[in-house]
Design a protein around this ligand. Structure first.
Ligand code: AMP
Length: 438
């Protein structure tokens, strides 16, 4: 199977070749022809499977095949993503794959000034990639026209629901033509996702690749049991002894991410933190230095890390296990992408034994445990409840419950557009509902 067999035209094939891809991934092989046909698709695909190209390539192909006569560029396709990082990532893919096509695309998300976004919209674009909150703000000001929309794509829909974007999505939907193609991508098919899909999709073709909840096979996983107070020492030692050059480290809270970053620096290891309390500029800069190998460690919280796509990222460390088992799958999916091998190390203290069990049950596999003699846990240390950093030092962990985070969602939304106000709009919204952008 080659990309040529999938019905893509030469301008796309040329761009694909330049990306260095020669064989479509399973999700691409399945989804691309169906999407080109114009069908709605419900796809279960985890990050790292090549899903982004799986929808951007056929989207570009369809735009080319159905060229309408419009005096001015109008929005023909919209991709909604849960985070700014993912939006930027998808936009980059569209730019890369669409290099030899005439389509103009733009990203819309919070945390940055709204005026350049409004100006770009006024000039006219074919494709918009957006997070729901900011897009709805702009729509509320009459800044977008979806009347010519042909295709709507929801990427990482499960995470959008987790982050409480459902109401925003529904409001946006009311502004779109009924007759359109809709594609929904989600890592998992929860009952909520099925419900959303049944309201949005028409006769969808179900596309599934890897088994649900399964972690990628090419990722080597290991657990080291260690006392909480000695984790940073063990981490520094692992990084130095194994000479890791590029490590993505997950903490549960923003406060924890900041603290660990500082401690690593004290051990002489270059590090930066990325989380929802950082300005968009700081997040972009941290990611860029990490990608360019200027810093060795990027410390991230779960939501901030969604959409981070780094070619050949070899190591992921769970400095703290996530409260939600699915997040474990997402975290370690940052490595071992597109067939590359990767290593995921989890540092687990006595407080986290239950979380580890939950993860193993969820992924239906047991993670190998390797004892490190010098860091054997002290049997006298008893388990304590896990602190999610709430109330202290700007933490804001994630509630264990996946439900509605309380009565804040009916608060009237302000119509003013926030330029960079330190924290992000999206972050503030999810914080309100107990699902803080960590
Ligand atoms: P995604 O799951 O969309 O985040 O993609 C994961 C990674 O796979 C990205 O770094 C892509 O550039 C890469 N990728 C996507 N399609 C292919 C392909 N057919 N062959 C090789 N790499 C690919």
């Amino acid at each position: 199977m080659t990309f040529t067999d999938l019905g893509l035209s030469n301008s796309l094939l040329k761009a694909i070749k330049e990306q260095g891809y020669d064989t479509p991934t399973p999700i691409q092989a399945k989804a691309i022809p169906i999407i080109i046909e114009g069908k709605d698709v419900l796809a279960a695909a985890q990050t790292g499977t090549g899903k982004t190209a799986g929808f951007t390539l056929p989207l570009l192909e369809r735009l080319a095949q159905k060229q309408p006569h419009m005096h001015k560029k109008q929005i023909r396709a919209l991709v909604l993503t849960p985070t700014r990082e993912l939006a930027a990532q998808v936009a980059q893919s569209i730019t890369d794959y669409g290099k030899y096509t005439p389509y103009r695309s733009m990203v819309i998300f919070g945390g940055v000034g709204v005026n350049p976004q409004l100006a770009a919209l006024r000039k006219g674009v074919d494709i918009v990639i957006a997070t729901p909150g900011r897009l709805l703000d702009i729509a509320g000001q009459g800044g977008v026209d979806f009347s010519k929309l042909e295709c709507l794509i929801l990427d990482e829909a499960d995470r959008m629901l987790d982050m409480g974007f459902i109401h925003d999505i529904k409001k946006l939907m009311k502004l779109m033509p009924q007759k359109r193609q809709t594609l929904l991508f989600s890592a998992t098919f929860s009952p909520e996702i099925k419900k959303l899909a049944s309201g949005l999709l028409r006769d969808p073709v179900l596309v599934e690749v890897a088994r649900q909840n399964k972690t990628a096979d090419q990722i080597t996983q290991v657990v080291h049991f260690v006392d909480k107070g000695r984790k940073r020492e063990l981490l520094s030692q692992l990084i130095k002894a194994k000479d890791w050059k590029q490590v993505l480290v997950f903490t549960r809270t923003k406060h924890g991410a900041n603290k660990l970053t500082q401690q690593l620096e004290e051990y002489g290891i270059t590090a930066a933190a990325i989380h929802g309390n950082k300005s968009q500029g700081a997040r972009t800069k941290a990611l860029a230095s990490f990608k360019a190998n200027q810093i060795r460690v990027l410390v991230a919280t779960d939501i901030a890390a969604r959409g981070i796509d780094i070619d050949q990222l070899p190591h992921v460390v769970n400095y703290e296990l996530p409260n939600v088992p699915e997040d474990y799958v997402h975290r370690i999916g940052r490595t071992g992408r597109a067939g590359q091998s990767g290593e995921a190390v989890s540092l687990v203290c006595v407080d986290e034994h239950k979380l580890l069990k939950d993860i193993e049950r969820f992924t239906k596999s047991e993670i190998p445990k390797v004892e490190i003699e010098a860091f054997k846990p002290d049997p006298n240390i008893k388990a304590e409840p896990i602190q999610n950093g709430r109330g202290g030092g700007g933490g804001g962990g994630r509630g264990k419950g996946r439900g509605n985070g309380g009565g804040s969602r009916n608060k009237p939304r302000s119509n003013s557009s926030h330029a960079n106000n330190g924290g992000s709009r999206d972050g503030a919204r999810s914080r309100n509902r107990n699902r803080s952008e960590g």
